[in-house]
Design a protein around this ligand. Structure first.
Ligand code: NAP
Ligand code: ZN
Ligand code: ZN
Length: 348
């Protein structure tokens, strides 16, 4: 076993503090990744604070992991020592069910092994995430990262990147599609960059007037202030696709009013509370209200290659792990531009 320095929460009420975990010895198909950076996702906060229920403690969060491969098992083919690699939200799945065979491991019928706050497929061994110095993962769930990229900004692609890329592809966002992105945080800023790179006409829908200039710099063509009711009137029936990344409770009906006939609103944000939706918001325009969860491993690789080809990385504020509790408080206030990326050197 490999002793590994980490940061963990011991309960839903405790802050994150130093902790040590044991990683398994490298098996035939495993790679050992020395972690360089790990992005901080709002899902880390939801789970550390047990806002969705069922959290497992101690919890080492982190599912936006990048680093260098330092050891490989005898039968590993995809990666070699010295390669850059990433790990996202999953570390395994059953590999046999229908979704797994169709590259949709996130919907594995047995439940994928999540990178943290979960178990390996033996359903016993707890998983620990990327707020740590190293991780051991089966090569099938490791992603290849091209050399020469800014690793601090690549880390958030492993969750925020794929979570926004996948629905843009699935709902066929393309040149000229009118896309509204709700909430300018980690996911939101990636959605803007990606949709703009695909030629979509992007409108940023935000509660923060102070983010307008950034939204435009990131690629948004228009900005709508959602704390002003006039915005909902002005943009009624406007969008082919709305990507909703809000992490807290809000009124879905209001946003559905901005979807056009046959358009869709896709929920990515997971507020802790359920929310009512009026049937009239959907039937008067044959609209869809849908959701999307990260993306499969093949699509995650496709997204990383797409971003490398288009020069897309996340905008990050690099922090030492010692600032993680403060970073959570800032994220909850919407005060992050636009993703924290933990420098794993601070853990060593
Ligand atoms: P984040 O960086 O904190 O961004 C969330 C943004 O939502 C904020 O910047 C803010 O944008 C807006 N917002 C926050 N509170 C709000 C409120 N009370 N009312 C209106 N707007 C509010 O979070 P993130 O990491 O992007 O994650 C966003 C959500 O997606 C979280 O719930 C997370 O768990 C979920 N998530 C889902 C998946 C998936 O697979 N579906 C994957 C990753 C994350 P403005 O300042 O612009 O208004
Ligand atoms: Zn995430
Ligand atoms: Zn499966």
């Amino acid at each position: 076993m490999l002793k590994t320095k980490a940061y963990a929460a011991q309960s839903a009420r405790s802050t994150l503090a130093p902790f040590e975990v044991e990683r398994r010895d490298v098996r035939d198909r495993d790679v050992l990744i020395e972690i360089a950076y790990c992005g901080v996702c709002h899902s880390d906060i939801h789970q550390v604070r047990d806002e969705w229920g069922g959290s497992l403690f101690p919890m080492v969060p982190g599912h936006e992991i990048v680093g260098k491969v330092t050891r490989v098992g005898a039968r590993v083919e995809k990666l070699k020592v010295g390669d850059l690699a990433g790990v996202g939200c999953m570390v395994d799945s059953c590999r046999k069910c229908d979704p797994c065979r169709h590259d949709l491991e996130q919907f594995c019928e047995r439940g994928a092994a999540m990178t943290y706050n979960g178990t390996e497929m033996d359903r016993k061994t707890p998983t620990y995430g990327g707020y740590s110095t190293q991780v051991v993962v089966d090569e099938r769930f490791a992603l290849k990262i091209q050399p020469g990229v800014d690793l601090t900004g690549v880390a958030p692609l492993l969750c925020a990147g794929i979570t926004t890329y996948s629905p843009l592809r699935h709902w066929k966002a393309t040149k000229g599609s009118r896309v509204g992105v709700v909430g300018l945080g980690g996911l939101g800023h990636m959605a803007v960059k990606l949709a703009a790179s695909m030629g979509c006409e992007v409108t940023m829908l935000s509660t923060s007037r102070s983010k307008e200039a950034d939204a435009r710099r990131l690629g948004a063509h228009e900005f709508g202030l959602t704390s002003d009711d006039a915005t909902f009137k002005k943009l009624a029936g406007r969008f082919d696709l709305i990507i909703d990344t809000i992490s807290a409770a809000h009124d879905y009906d209001k946003f559905l009013g901005m979807v056009k006939v046959d358009g869709a609103m896709v929920l990515l944000g997971v507020p802790p509370q359920p929310a009512p939706v009026h049937a009239f918001s959907l039937i008067g325009g044959r609209k869809s209200l849908a959701g999307s969860l990260i993306g499969g491993i093949a699509e995650t690789q496709e997204m990383l290659d797409y971003c490398a080809g288009h020069g897309i990385v996340a905008d990050v504020e690099v922090i030492p792990i010692q600032k993680i509790n403060e970073a959570y408080e800032r994220m909850i206030k919407g005060d992050v531009r636009y993703r924290f990326s933990i420098d794993a050197k601070s853990l060593r």
